[in-house]
Ligand binder design. Structure first.
Ligand code: UD1
Ligand code: UDP
Length: 370
């Protein structure tokens, strides 16, 4: 019996890892355990609950206004007890969070092999997104198995000298997650309030955008809502106070803006699937919107998902107010422009990423590679 440990700590990791945990739960020959660092609390609990996954270990590290060094130190510190009691043969980490970076570093120190899910995303600017670009490159140094969601991500890894035999293109597991959440008959208080009108979904939370860029993004959203009284703009606000204070200051009190608590993933995916378009600085929302055929205006200077831009499902609009407003105006006034983005083919996978990853690991286990 091979012992697998899945380590994650934030909402996006949970959404992208739980379908994989469940896939391994259906396979023979593995003991599967989940360690959450608790980098997030409420957001993490909700996302795991939606997929019926419960943690076996919880490091409970979250603090208000936690710094990157707090998270790193607490994860490294907390991991010792977990490894002492479980001794995994292989550890799965995801993407680019500080939870993933610190766990991969712990594994490196203890010579435990790491499987990196969503490997190879790069902006090629170490400060953008911050600190995620650093984290994913560093995780790549520790990883033995690199599961790249796209050919482009694979090429990034090969260009950095990762041997071809250790990289597999699998698609992104978030597309697998959508299969479990999106349903035709979905209704909620928000869909009822939107009625037959157009819904714009907004998410914004990135560390490198806190302060002025976030204020410009939210001012742009305010102008769009004021100019188009017929649309409803829905913003589920991140729990980080650096985000929620600005959100309420700049978007509070408008009759066609709904500022909500973070939505459960089931609600979020279903609302996204019904959106006219989404404005976002999130990573995962870019892939989800593409997969659902919903145009995404990416409020960042750079994206590590350039295949979405090339395919035409995503448009990079920067963080300046005028650029964001004019992109929104175009989609709202030109149905053809919106349709073109909505019809573009998603490059992020076919919803079978988890099965591919599990097949590869089963084969490696049979070969005795770990
Ligand atoms: C982290 C990830 C980022 C990811 C984001 C998803 C890193 C470096 N960044 O962002 O890649 O996009 O999570 O949301 O790992 N909070 C709560 N309850 C929660 C979650 C957060 O109150 O359930 C508040 C806390 O005050 C916490 C703050 O949000 O201190 C920030 O959380 P943190 O995980 O540090 O956020 P980011 O680093 O911005
Ligand atoms: N999400 C959610 N509820 C919300 C907003 C987002 O469940 O109110 C989900 C969304 O579907 C996506 C993930 O959270 O899968 C994205 O997380 P986030 O934007 O926090 O992080 P990122 O992807 O930028 O790392």
């Amino acid at each position: 019996m091979k012992k697998l440990l899945f380590v994650f700590g934030t909402r996006p990791e949970a959404i992208k890892m739980c379908p994989l945990v469940n896939e391994f739960g259906r396979r023979e020959g593995f003991d599967v355990r989940v360690c959450v660092t608790g980098q997030h609390e409420e957001l993490l609990r909700d996302a795991m609950g939606a997929f019926g996954v419960a943690p076996d270990y919880d490091l409970g590290i979250m603090r208000p206004e936690q710094t990157l060094e707090n998270i790193t130190a607490r994860v490294l510190d907390g991991m010792g007890d977990v490894f002492a009691s479980y001794r995994p043969d292989l550890v799965f980490v995801h993407g680019d969070t500080t939870t993933s970076f610190s766990s991969a570093l712990y594994c490196f120190y203890h010579r435990v092999p790491v499987a990196h899910v969503e490997a190879g995303l790069r902006t090629h600017d170490i400060f953008s997104p911050f600190p995620e670009e650093y984290n994913r490159r560093a995780i790549g140094l520790s990883a033995e198995y690199h599961f790249a969601p796209t050919e482009n991500a694979r090429d990034n890894l090969l260009a950095e000298g990762v041997p071809e035999a250790r990289v597999w293109v699998t698609g992104n597991t978030v597309v697998d997650a959508l299969k479990a959440t999106v349903s035709d008959g979905y209704k909620s208080r928000i869909t009822e309030r939107v009625g037959g009108g157009r819904l714009i979904l907004l998410t914004a939370h990135r560390r490198e955008n806190h302060g002025e860029p976030l204020q410009r993004m939210l001012s742009a959203a305010r102008r769009v809502a004021e100019e188009h009284g017929d649309v409803t703009l829905v913003y589920p606000v991140h729990l980080n106070p650096a985000v929620s204070i600005a959100a309420h200051e700049l978007l509070g009190g408008l009759k066609n803006v709904i500022l909500s608590e973070p939505l459960g993933v089931y609600d979020f995916h279903n609302l996204l699937s019904r959106a006219y378009f989404v404005m976002t600085d999130s990573g995962g929302v870019q892939e989800e919107a593409s997969a659902l055929g919903v145009p995404a205006l990416v409020m960042r200077e750079k994206t590590e998902r350039p295949e979405g831009i090339a395919a035409g499902t995503l448009r990079l609009v920067g963080t300046e107010e005028e650029g964001i407003v004019s992109a929104c105006r175009e989609l709202l006034s030109d149905a053809g422009a919106r349709e073109k983005m909505a019809r573009a083919e998603s490059p992020f996978g076919d919803g079978r990423a988890c099965a591919r990853i599990a097949d590869i690991i089963c084969e490696k286990a049979r070969e005795g590679s770990f």
